[in-house]
Design a protein around this ligand. Structure first.
Ligand code: COA
Length: 334
């Protein structure tokens, strides 16, 4: 029997209009445009002033469905990858389901921080491959500005808000769609990257607010060292075990946390810089949205074409990290 593969048949994204530039940060904290550009590659990010993660997700999904030409009622399952849900419950997936009128869908949120999109994509693919669902929407959306402390300079300059989505459908072509994945987590990374306030360990109190426990904490140097090794290793491993060299891969779609981490990964994969999707300069780190945001922009501009071989790679809080190998299946943008 032919194995059913899960294939991406449409992609879309949504970002808010408002920009927060390096120049703005020069006025807010003790930093410079030069430091931010050279240490991270970031020039500006988008900020959602009014609204929540469900707005980012819903708009990205509607764009995706428009690109596929189908109504929300055809969706079977919605998976929202996020660390900034609108609220603890109900899930952002439920809020999005209602908002877009996906009356036949069930859904849930998935928490894997910057690896949220690959984790959710692989999860969604299982429902397609098992024959349980015919149309699964996977959306990565984060309003990082809601958990960012804009009075300090170490982390505030890194993050932005965005949503990106894909539609997964079955494909009988065994050489297309999602071909392989490697996913990892290592909870010892919690010490270096976390937001400890607000959950059952530290329910919100005046003290947790005063101690800034509802903001992202990151020991940047420690995370940097782990990310550089983790993302490069897993990308090289997925290529090796599928007998691929640099010339066989059309695009690396890396999580956009730091340009130096991306460069190190591409180098390890033997990839020319022209084959790496990079938009960190315009959006910063949008956590679960970075990868689908890249896919959508590259598809829209006609650079990402049907039949191309893609490796997506991520590293984030947990630690969580992984790589997904796929052949791009969406029809080319018109
Ligand atoms: N502007 C100016 N100086 C800054 C600054 C800023 N915005 N932020 C930090 N600095 C200073 C530090 O205080 C430090 O000064 P010191 O040497 O006098 O102590 C110096 O710059 C170097 O800081 P450091 O933290 O070592 O910088 P870095 O080169 O490691 O870059 C990050 C910091 C956060 C950009 C980098 O560590 C990083 O990208 N980490 C990984 C992020 C990641 O992948 N996260 C995973 C997913 S979220």
């Amino acid at each position: 029997m032919t194995k059913i593969r899960a294939a991406i048949t449409a992609v879309g994204h949504w970002v808010p209009e408002e920009r927060l530039t390096n120049g703005d940060f020069e006025r807010m904290v003790d930093t410079t445009d030069e430091w931010i550009r050279t240490r991270t590659g970031i020039v500006e990010r988008r900020i959602l002033r009014n609204g929540a993660t469900s707005d980012l997700a819903a708009n990205a999904i509607l764009e995706t469905l428009k690109n596929r030409g189908i109504p929300p009622s055809e969706i079977d399952l919605i998976i929202v990858a996020t660390v900034t849900p609108d609220m603890f419950f109900p899930s952002t997936a439920c809020l999005v389901q209602e908002r877009i009128g996906a009356k036949n869908a069930w859904g849930f949120d998935l928490s894997a921080a910057c690896s949220g999109f690959p984790f959710a994509l692989v999860t969604g693919a299982q429902f397609i491959e098992s024959g349980t669902c015919k149309k699964v929407v996977v959306v990565g959306a984060d309003k990082m500005s809601s958990i960012t402390d804009y009075t300090e300079r170490n982390n505030s300059i890194l993050f932005g808000d965005a949503g990106g989505a894909v539609l997964l459908e079955p494909s009988a072509d065994s050489s297309s769609g999602i071909i392989d994945h490697i996913l990892h987590c290592d909870g010892s990374g919690e010490k270096a990257l976390h937001m400890r306030g607000g959950g059952s360990l530290n329910p919100p109190t005046h003290e947790t607010v005063d101690k800034k426990m509802h903001f992202i904490f990151q020991d940047g140097k420690t995370v940097f060292k782990a990310a550089v090794v983790g993302m490069a290793d897993v990308s090289a491993e997925i290529m090796e075990r599928n007998h691929l060299g640099g010339k066989d891969v059309d695009w690396l779609v890396p999580h956009q946390a730091n340009l130096r981490i991306i460069d190190a990964t591409a180098q390890r994969m033997g990839l020319d810089g022209s084959k790496v999707m990079i938009n960190i300069d315009r959006y910063g780190n949008t956590t679960a949205a970075t990868i689908p945001l890249c896919l959508s922009e590259w598809w829209q501009s006609g650079k990402l074409r049907k039949g191309q071989t893609i490796v997506m790679a991520s590293f984030g809080a947990g630690y969580t990290w992984g790589a997904v190998l796929m052949k791009w299946t969406a029809e080319d943008a018109r």
